[in-house]
Write a protein that binds this ligand. Structure first.
Ligand code: MN
Length: 277
């Protein structure tokens, strides 16, 4: 008996493998619900409102989870890993990344500045994890949504800088802290991704920040500003969804169409990124 040539054997093997299963696999394929990683706050247990004084605890406000789930995503809560270089395993399961707000500030050393007297508390472990996972997500082309402190982390991760304290560093600025309900207007920059998503020229937003973006990061452009000049949103326009907003759409989500559009656009971008399976 003569063995068939290698090419023929491979061709036969290929046919054998494909024929019975191919049709079934194709029929089963459908778009997956995108898995959205949301970083948690690492409450160090040192603040007066800490849940467990002295015991570091991961926490995340439920409205982030609700907004992602309502928009069709599967929220995956991400703990702050103990080492910044251990983000790769998380990235293997995610289709989108949401960086939420934070009660702490980014250490200004991360953008090459010395601490201003009005700098708030910092959380080095959370910040280093978030900077690492944002950079990895950006390298992989993952949709990224930064909210408030998350927009600031996104900006710093991509090489930008921040005002450490708006009242003392931006002259004639509005009051940007302490308004969970819509307070000041923002103007959208025409032809940005954000303007296309929100489909308005201006919108009134809530404002719970004492810091703001100073210089946008690499490839980032300003997509919204308050009328006092404070930057309220940045994005990478060449990407389907790499957007940071300084306000809190998750807190307006239930009643505000623009906030719902923002989460829907983010989850849809993640669904497009997600492979079919
Ligand atoms: Mn504001």
């Amino acid at each position: 008996m003569r063995w068939p040539s290698t090419a023929k054997r491979l061709a036969n093997a290929d046919d054998t493998c494909r024929a019975p299963h191919q049709g079934i696999l194709e029929k089963r394929r459908k778009p997956v619900q995108p898995r959205i990683g949301i970083t948690c706050d690492l409450d160090l247990g040192t603040g007066t409102d800490s849940r467990a004084p002295g015991r570091p605890t991961h926490v995340l406000y439920d409205d982030y989870v609700q907004a992602v789930a309502t928009a069709g995503g599967v929220p995956i809560l991400l703990p702050t890993a103990t080492r910044g270089d251990s983000v790769a395993p998380y990235m293997q399961v995610l289709h989108g990344l949401l960086i939420p707000g934070s009660p702490t500030d980014v250490d200004p050393a991360c953008y090459g500045e010395e601490p201003h007297p009005r700098l708030g508390p910092v959380n080095p472990r959370r910040t280093s994890f978030e900077l690492a996972i944002v950079r990895q997500a950006r390298a992989q082309g993952l949709p990224i949504f930064g909210i408030c402190g998350g927009a600031q982390v996104l900006n710093v991760a991509l090489g930008g800088s921040l005002y450490q304290d708006i009242p003392s560093q931006v002259s004639k600025a509005y009051k940007h802290s302490g308004s969970p309900d819509p307070s000041h207007l923002v103007d959208l920059v025409p032809e940005t991704r954000l303007a296309a998503i929100l489909r308005v020229q201006e919108t009134r937003v809530n404002s719970l920040h004492h810091q703001a973006i100073k210089v946008p990061g690499q490839e980032m452009v300003i997509s919204a500003s308050a009328r006092d000049g404070v930057i309220e949103a940045v994005e990478i326009s060449s990407q389907p969804f790499v957007i940071g907003v300084q306000w809190h759409p998750e807190r307006l989500f239930a009643d505000d169409e623009a906030s719902r559009r923002l989460f829907s656009a983010f989850v849809q971008a993640a669904a497009t990124y997600a492979p079919e399976g």
